[in-house]
Design a protein. Structure first.
Length: 250
């Protein structure tokens, strides 16, 4: 057996061992939860989670508030009466997730090319009159013939729809007044948990009077919908199969 093949086998064995060790704790936890319903995650402050980073966006210059004599209005005000909509850190608002995505694409590319090269010597300084020279010098020195063709077709037919609502909390107020919101919802049905996560930046003006906002008006929107539990676990391939799918070149 060649040395490169031994190295590849050793690397594959090392990767399998690492995968087994990495999944060992997870497997033990799953074994301890056999027959039990998946646990809901605790309600936590999203700003204290690992990897959380405050959002930074280009901001306009701050405007100095000034009041006019005998006037209840000041520059920079967004409303005359008190607004009950979300505006400060910790306030809640309802996000209406309404996603209807449909795409139908089709393309086809065809290409063909044919080339032929033929070069030779028929008479080199009277070689045709000399019998031996005519035998040594062939009539054709180089002859090439090539043909190539390709035919490619591709199509995409996708349709997705998601309609739901989730309450989000304001985690940050940007200097220009825009709000950074984040909401998470978990629903457990029997042995399956469905998760809905919504995060992004909203304008206070886009929040409706009933303190709701459509997901299409959220900038830098991050919407995730999925689940975990027995059904999701059965739909996923085993760890060993996932590792072999990555390592095997076939």
């Amino acid at each position: 057996m060649s040395v490169p093949r031994l190295n590849r086998l050793a690397l594959s064995a090392a990767m399998l061992s690492l995968a087994a060790l990495a999944s060992g704790c997870s497997s033990i936890d799953r074994l301890s939860q056999i027959g039990e319903k998946p646990k809901l995650t605790e309600i936590e402050n999203p700003t204290t989670q690992p990897g959380y980073k405050p959002v930074q966006m280009p901001m306009p210059k701050p405007e100095q508030a000034s009041y006019n004599a005998n006037s209840l209005w000041r520059n920079g005000s967004r409303a005359f009466f008190k607004d009950q909509r979300a505006a400060r850190v910790g306030d809640l608002l309802t996000v209406t997730v309404n996603i209807t995505d449909r795409a139908n694409l089709s393309n086809e590319t065809q290409r063909s090319r044919s080339a032929k090269e033929d070069s030779g010597i028929t008479d080199f300084i009277g070689s045709s009159t000399i019998t031996q020279a005519n035998k040594i010098l062939p009539g054709k020195i180089l002859t090439t013939d090539s043909t190539s063709s390709s035919d490619g077709k591709g199509s995409v037919n996708r349709q997705e729809a998601l309609q739901t609502t989730v309450a989000a909390v304001v985690t940050q107020v940007l200097p220009n007044g825009n709000l950074v919101v984040e909401g998470k919802q978990e629903i457990r049905v029997n042995f399956e948990i469905r998760e809905l996560i919504v995060a992004g930046i909203v304008r206070p003006e886009d929040i409706q009077s009933d303190n709701t906002i459509d997901s299409t008006k959220i900038a830098q929107a991050r919407i995730a919908y999925g689940g975990r539990g027995q059904i999701t676990d059965v739909q996923q391939p085993r760890y060993g199969q996932q590792v072999m799918d990555v390592l095997l070149p076939f």
